[in-house]
Ligand binder design. Structure first.
Ligand code: GRF
Length: 193
């Protein structure tokens, strides 16, 4: 089973690049930051890119509704939230319930709910952190956990070195989570898109 994947991203796009390199079928990339690395990569690879800058919309929910409708038009079956830096509103989450996963750079529930999980882990002095892939629900970073991987914090780590080590694990974990979603959606025979 090959799922039609839609990726939401606002950042440099290393998780998107990794999914493409591993041969996943990414049929759409949506971003709120058209100039981000993930957007550039989508253009370079000829993947349909949905540009949803907030300034084009009167409210967050209007933006999310437009993004939802576009992803549905592209017949996306699984949404992968890979560095998307905005909270999603209920109509969007509802449309992709149990079909949307997020990768977060900490061992949730530690350091959830913010954009600076790596810096928080360093500041708190934990010796182990890591990454989590979870289903997206209304509660930010609190949906059911699919996979986690632990990463040691080294004495001389900076946010950059620690994040880089965590991302190596993200690049292993996120594809594994996508495969799990493929299996579970095939097993439940949930109608696809
Ligand atoms: C990742 O560290 C992810 O955990 C977080 O945002 C970052 C995105 O990285 N949510 P990239 O843009 O895929 O390189």
């Amino acid at each position: 089973m090959t799922l039609r994947i839609g990726v939401l991203a606002s950042g440099k796009g290393s998780n998107l690049r990794n999914l493409l390199e591993r041969g996943f079928t990414v049929v759409a990339v949506a971003t709120n930051k058209p100039s981000c690395g993930a957007g550039a990569l989508a253009r370079e690879r000829g993947i349909p890119l949905g540009e949803f800058s907030q300034k084009r919309f009167a409210s967050l929910s209007q933006r999310d509704e437009a993004m939802r409708d576009w992803l549905l038009e592209e017949r996306v079956q699984l949404v992968v939230n890979a560095g998307y830096d905005r909270i999603l509103s209920a109509p969007f989450i509802d449309a992709f319930r149990d079909r949307m996963i997020n990768v977060h750079p900490s061992l949730l529930p530690a350091f959830g709910g913010g954009m600076d999980a790596v810096a928080q882990a360093l500041a708190r002095g934990v010796k182990l952190t890591g990454c989590t892939v979870h289903l997206v629900t209304e509660e930010v970073d609190a949906g059911p956990i699919l996979l986690q991987s632990a990463v040691p914090v080294l004495p001389d780590d900076t946010v950059e070195t620690l994040h880089a080590r965590i991302q190596l694990e993200e690049h292993r974990l996120l594809p594994e989570a996508v495969r799990l979603m493929e299996q579970s959606l095939a097993a439940t025979r949930a109608p696809l898109g």
